[in-house]
Design a protein around this ligand. Structure first.
Ligand code: FES
Length: 131
């Protein structure tokens, strides 16, 4: 038996509906993981590549989030329609799907978004304490 050559981690984390971050499962994470499993099987890659369910990968607002190892390629806002292209490009090949890959700009914007969200939560708490 050989270890897997590549792993695809698909976030299927579920949060309560009121969570300010949202979650990948509400955006189709579980269906996405099934699409990867099916796509890998269709190409005869079962046993060589594994599509795992993942807990939160901490890019919730930009999910569904997918990360492929060992390359460490991150994909954001992935849908089942993207799966074949990702498998062809990053699993069969060693490239990246440029329109989906996370860039430094994405991480910067995510940090800004979280700072705004945290400020809004603090303001709501201050208002609630004052009423
Ligand atoms: S819930 Fe998917 S990255 Fe956090």
């Amino acid at each position: 038996m050989q270890p897997f050559e590549k792993h695809i981690f698909v976030c299927t984390n579920q949060r309560p509906a009121a969570s300010p971050k949202g979650c990948c499962n509400d955006k189709g994470g579980s269906e996405l993981r099934v699409a990867f499993v099916t796509g890998l099987a269709k190409r005869g890659l079962k046993g060589q590549v594994r599509a795992n369910k993942s807990g939160c990968l901490d890019a919730c607002e930009l999910g569904p989030t997918v990360v492929i190892y060992p390359a460490g390629v991150w994909y954001l806002k992935v849908t089942p329609d993207d799966v074949e292209e990702i498998i062809e490009t990053s699993i069969v090949g060693d490239g990246v799907v440029k329109r989906l890959v996370a860039t430094p700009d994405h991480w910067e914007r995510l940090g800004q978004l979280r700072a705004i969200t945290n400020t809004n939560i603090k303001l709501k708490n201050i208002v609630a304490e004052g009423s």
